[in-house]
Design a protein around this ligand. Structure first.
Ligand code: CO8
Length: 197
C-alpha cells in the first residue's frame, strides 16, 4: 500500500496571504490610464502575480481596442524542445482575458476557453498578445485574443466566454465548487457548440 504524504508546499508556493476580498474586488471598478501597467489580479496570480516565482508575471496595459502585453516564454514553460507548452500558452491567454475586466468594471470568470495553435510559440522569443471584447450579452462576455510574433504573424488565436459573477463567487468558492453537478458542460446541456457570435 502506498503511503500518503501530505502536500507540503514550499514557502514560495504557499499561496497568498489572507486579504480583504471586498477591497480587491473594488479595484476592478477602476480603469487605470493607458500608459501604465494594469494591476495584477493578485500578487500570487499564476498569470500576472509579481510575487509568484513560478508564474508568467504578465504585464498588461489597455489601449483603445482592449488590452495588450509583450511577453516571452522561457525554459520554465517548455513543452516540446524550444517550444512553449500549450498549457502555458493557455494560462497566459486566460489571464490576459482577465485583464479585460478592468475595462468592463465588473468581475467575471472563465466559463469556456478555446485556442487555435496555428504555429509553435517559441521560447525566449518576444510576442505581442492582444485581447478585446467581441460582444456582450447580459452577463456573457465573448472575448477574442491573438499572439503575434515580431514579423506580424499571428501564431495563436483564442476565444473565451467569461461570465459576470458577483462577490459571493470569491467569498464562498468552496461552496460554489461543491454545488456543481454533472452534466457540467454546455455541450452536455445543449448539444454541440456553435461558434460564438
Ligand atoms: C477576477 C478575475 C481573475 C481572472 C483570472 C483569469 C481567469 C480565470 O482563471 S477564472 C478561473 C477559472 N474559472 C472558474 O473557476 C469558473 C468556474 N465555473 C463557475 O464557477 C460557474 O460555471 C460560473 C460561475 C462561471 C457560471 O455558473 P452559472 O451562473 O451557473 O452559469 P450557467 O447558468 O450554467 O450559464 C450561464 C449562461 O452561459 C451559457 N453558457 C455556459 N457555458 C457556455 C458555453 N460553453 N458556450 C456558450 N454559452 C454557455 C449558459 O447557457 C447560460 O446562458 P443563459 O443565461 O442564456 O441560459
Amino acid at each position: 500500500m502506498t503511503e500518503h504524504t501530505p502536500n507540503t508546499n514550499t514557502p514560495e508556493t504557499a499561496g497568498p496571504e489572507p486579504f480583504e476580498a471586498e477591497d480587491w474586488i473594488r479595484t476592478f471598478a477602476v480603469a487605470p490610464p493607458e500608459h501604465v501597467d494594469l494591476p495584477p489580479h493578485h500578487p500570487h496570480c499564476l498569470g500576472c502575480g509579481p510575487a509568484n516565482p513560478h508564474g508568467h508575471q504578465l504585464r498588461v496595459r489597455r489601449d483603445a481596442h482592449g488590452v495588450y502585453a509583450h511577453h516571452s516564454f522561457d525554459s520554465r514553460h517548455v513543452g516540446a524542445p524550444a517550444i512553449a507548452h500549450g498549457g502555458a500558452v493557455a494560462t497566459v491567454l486566460d489571464d490576459l482575458f482577465g485583464f479585460l475586466l478592468y475595462t468592463v468594471g465588473e468581475l467575471a470568470v472563465t466559463r469556456h476557453l478555446a485556442i487555435d495553435y496555428l504555429a509553435p510559440v517559441l521560447l525566449d522569443t518576444p510576442y505581442t498578445l492582444r485581447s478585446h471584447i467581441h460582444s456582450r450579452a447580459g452577463r456573457k462576455l465573448h472575448l477574442r485574443a491573438t499572439i503575434e510574433n515580431n514579423h506580424a504573424h499571428v501564431v495563436t488565436t483564442a476565444t473565451a466566454l467569461f461570465l459576470i459573477v458577483d462577490i459571493d463567487h470569491f467569498l464562498t468558492p468552496r461552496h460554489n465548487a461543491s454545488a456543481a453537478t454533472a452534466p457540467t458542460t454546455h455541450e452536455d446541456q445543449q448539444g454541440p457548440q456553435m461558434d460564438s457570435p
